[in-house]
Design a protein around this ligand. Structure first.
Ligand code: B12
Length: 221
């Protein structure tokens, strides 16, 4: 059984590497039939593939069309699994309001959306603004809905500086510490979060939920 499972995870990774959206969707559905944990399916299966193609691209051994197709396949697979992730959360008290966005100039959305789904499943009310969002839009929405947390994703070394801009703007307007800021994305580190004075950083969606709970003072729930 474990060997079968390993083979299935490998097939999932390969479907992303090959940019085979239909196959990725089929495999995601199969994982649900097999009652696999959706987060395992994502992290042990599909993410392995998208990371591989990302590394290949970084090394000049894969090109933009392959990156785009892998991204599409990844998005399609995660979309099948999102309702399953939401089902994992039980109804409970509202934990807090989060405005989530990928920063301006950056269109990577898969990780940000996954973080949003996990936060929703854990009782947070999430307003996902989507990708390529300016500081003004992010802060404006947070004020409008009286959010406790702003979560920002950045996947490019050229766009991670935008996270700092949002924090500086919040400081200037005297909106901290009322609005806490958490940051994430592949190039983001704890050091970066400290440097830009974010309230927290997490390297994955499970950690993002833990962090968000800490930021609203509900770490024990
Ligand atoms: C898929 C992909 C794309 C897709 C995105 C599709 C989509 N709809 O999102 C497409 C093809 C569009 C794309 C485009 C580009 N990409 Co791209 N892409 C990737 C790739 C392979 C995977 C990203 C991904 O989805 N990972 C899977 C998810 C689940 O992981 P994640 O995003 O890291 O998110 C997790 C954590 O980071 C964290 N997290 C994320 N957000 C947040 C937020 C908060 C608040 C918290 C707490 C946590 C958190 O939790 C998530 C879940 O566990 C990465 C390589 C990589 N390994 O990261 C390159 C990569 C990020 N891309 C790269 C590049 C260069 C580009 C392009 C500039 C290419 C080009 N020449 O046009 C463009 C940029 C366009 C733009 N302006 O944004 C480079 C960046 C290099 C750099 N140092 O800046 C990378 C690293 C590839 C490489 N090795 O060169 N890309």
């Amino acid at each position: 059984m474990t060997e079968d499972l390993d083979a299935l995870y490998k097939q999932m990774a390969q479907s992303i590497i090959d940019g085979e959206s239909e196959l990725a969707v089929e495999l995601a559905k199969k994982s649900i039939e097999l009652n696999l944990h959706p987060l395992d399916t994502i992290t042990k299966g599909f993410v392995v593939g998208v990371n591989y193609i990302g590394d290949q691209f970084g090394a000049g051994e894969a090109f933009l069309p392959e990156l785009v197709m892998a991204g599409e396949a990844m998005k399609a697979a995660v979309a099948v699994l999102e309702p399953e992730l939401l089902k994992l959360g039980e109804a409970r008290e509202m934990m807090g309001k989060v405005v989530l966005a990928t920063v301006e100039g950056d269109i990577h959305e898969i990780g940000k959306t996954l973080v949003g789904t996990m936060l929703s499943a854990s009782g947070f009310e999430v307003t996902d603004l989507g990708v390529d969002q300016s500081a003004d839009k992010i802060i404006g929405k947070a004020i409008e809905i009286d959010a406790q947390i702003i979560g920002m994703s950045a996947l490019l070394t050229t766009t991670m500086v935008r996270q700092r801009e949002v924090i500086e703007e919040l400081d200037k307007e005297g909106l901290r510490p009322r609005i806490k800021v958490m940051v994430g994305g592949a190039p983001i580190s704890k050091d970066w979060a400290t440097k830009i004075k974010a309230d927290g950083y997490s390297e994955d969606a499970v950690g993002a939920v833990k962090l968000a709970k800490e930021l609203v003072g509900k770490a024990d729930q």
